[in-house]
Design a protein around this ligand. Structure first.
Ligand code: SF4
Length: 387
């Protein structure tokens, strides 16, 4: 029991420390985030307006897990910053753009802006995201934020709306144009307009073991309009909420399956989950199911790791035959990959064949749909934690 109290005490201590660091960092770099719309607010509002508003107006309870996830992002970011600086590149970390759109105060904080002056004349914006697993494609809300950043930098280039802070949050440069700031901070001369500079934005996703880059992305007026539109909507909802004209119940929530609902702190009374009956007697069963699923995930990871090691051992043993361990034998072999039907390629082939046979009247999509088979409906159990 005493040991349990002490380990819990250590966890509580770490949580408290992380909470203090997060609070200090937020104040130093982001200021009072209730007084403007930030890029992550825009990304969040695009996916779930209710969660975006709740995040702005309701206090958050910071669990150790949540704080760790947040801080891990900052640690990764700082590591990437060190790597870039060590190469002698000209880097602006956390460049701030203060923008107004129809009276809505918007602030963009760009993780890293790499600058090359004449004769290269190039700008690269790097947004760093730490994730448990690397995504196959970038998250839509991250793309919207990234587009908004490059679009604002391009539009605001020669306006005095750029600021830069030191690591401790002290303002080093304020209300400058982008070329002025680059000259003051990096000693570089830039063109008077963004049009003469090569501009790209990249998303860099980092997991504990891997890195994946998505890009390049360039200026996109439609994306900027979408982002600004969401900023204006959220600002209007904030004002109406503060004036007592609306509650969270009046704001739309995410439509369809939204994986972040499980982590949402405001999912307790969210209308996305219409309440049925109360059956508290089943809580232990759900807890047990969650625990054994977590064990399964851990076991799957362990199995994969051991298999990887054994494959390596077999490779290094320099034999194609079985390796004898006494009660077991093992070997590594190469198995053929799965064969799948490429529907797009088949569609193209069929269109071409029908065209050459003068049978262009045959609707290939309808033909393919006729050959599709749908399995019988099945019962599916969905479980979501109430935070
Ligand atoms: S639970 Fe899901 S839908 Fe509801 S507010 Fe949270 S993120 Fe949005």
């Amino acid at each position: 029991m005493e040991q349990m109290n002490r380990t819990e005490g250590l966890r509580a201590l770490i949580r408290q420390g992380l909470q203090a660091v997060a609070h200090k960092d937020t104040l130093a770099h982001l200021g009072d985030s209730s007084s403007y719309i930030g890029m992550s607010d825009i990304g969040q509002h695009w996916e779930c307006p209710r969660a975006a508003l709740a995040r702005k107006v309701l206090p958050t309870t910071n669990s150790l897990e949540r704080l760790l996830t947040l801080q891990r992002g900052h640690w990764f970011e700082s590591g990437v910053g060190q790597a870039l600086v060590s190469l002698g590149l000209h880097v602006l970390p956390q460049l701030e753009i203060n923008w107004h759109h129809h009276g809505v105060p918007i602030k963009a904080h760009l993780d890293f802006v790499l600058v090359w002056g004449a004769p290269v004349n190039a700008i690269r914006i790097l947004k760093v995201k730490s994730t448990d697993k690397l995504p196959a494609s970038p998250h839509d809300s991250h793309l919207l934020q990234l587009h908004c950043q490059i679009d604002l930098l391009t539009k605001a280039w020669n306006k005095p709306v750029f600021s830069l802070r030191a690591e401790d949050g002290t303002l080093m440069h304020d209300k400058m144009t982008f070329p002025q700031l680059c000259h003051a901070q990096l000693g570089l001369q830039l063109h008077a307009t963004a049009a003469e500079t090569s501009m790209e934005a990249w998303l860099l996703c980092l997991s504990m073991k891997e890195v994946k880059a998505f890009g390049p992305y360039g200026f996109n007026q439609a994306m900027l309009d979408t982002a600004l539109d969401h900023a204006a909507q959220l600002w209007g909802e904030l004002a109406a909420f503060r004036a007592g004209h609306i509650t969270l119940a009046h704001v739309d929530c995410a439509q369809g399956f939204y994986p972040l609902c499980s982590y949402c702190e405001h999912n307790g009374d969210c209308p996305k989950f219409p309440q049925g009956v109360q059956m508290p007697q089943w809580e232990p069963a759900l807890e047990k199911l969650a625990a054994i699923k977590a064990q399964r995930t851990a076991l799957d990871a362990e199995i994969k790791e051991m298999e990887t090691v054994l494959k390596l051992v077999h490779r290094q043993a320099g034999t194609r035959d079985w390796v004898d361990t006494g009660n077991y034998r093992f070997r590594m072999s190469v198995a053929a990959g799965r064969t799948t039907l490429d529907k797009d390629a088949l569609r193209e082939e069929l269109i071409e064949i029908f065209h050459s046979e003068h049978r262009g009247d045959i609707d290939v999509d309808t033909l393919l749909a006729r050959c599709e088979r749908t399995g019988s409906p099945f019962e599916k159990l969905s479980i979501s934690p109430i935070n």
